[in-house]
Unconditional design. Structure first.
Length: 82
């Protein structure tokens, strides 16, 4: 079992994207091989609920996709390790 580490601080300019990504954690599409990606139809709903100004949506969506890619990479690596 790994030891708990100090939380990584979130820079203020990344907080909106982080909050949106965390709000989407129940929106993973999953197939026989595991997670395949987030359900993007939920993104506008989340951004509206978080009161994200519409002009920021494209940038926040890009950040969400970066986090999604990193999460998928880690999930797939974890499956290969077992």
């Amino acid at each position: 079992m790994e030891e708990a580490s100090e939380p990584t601080p979130i820079w203020p300019e990344n907080l909106t994207a982080y909050n949106a990504f965390v709000s989407l954690l129940s929106q993973w599409r999953v197939g026989m091989g595991g997670a395949t990606g987030l359900d993007y139809t939920a993104v506008p709903v989340v951004l509206e609920m978080l009161a994200t100004p519409r002009p920021e949506w494209p940038a926040v969506f890009g950040d969400i996709r970066l986090m999604e890619d990193a999460a998928l990479e880690q999930m797939h690596a974890n499956r290969k390790d077992k």
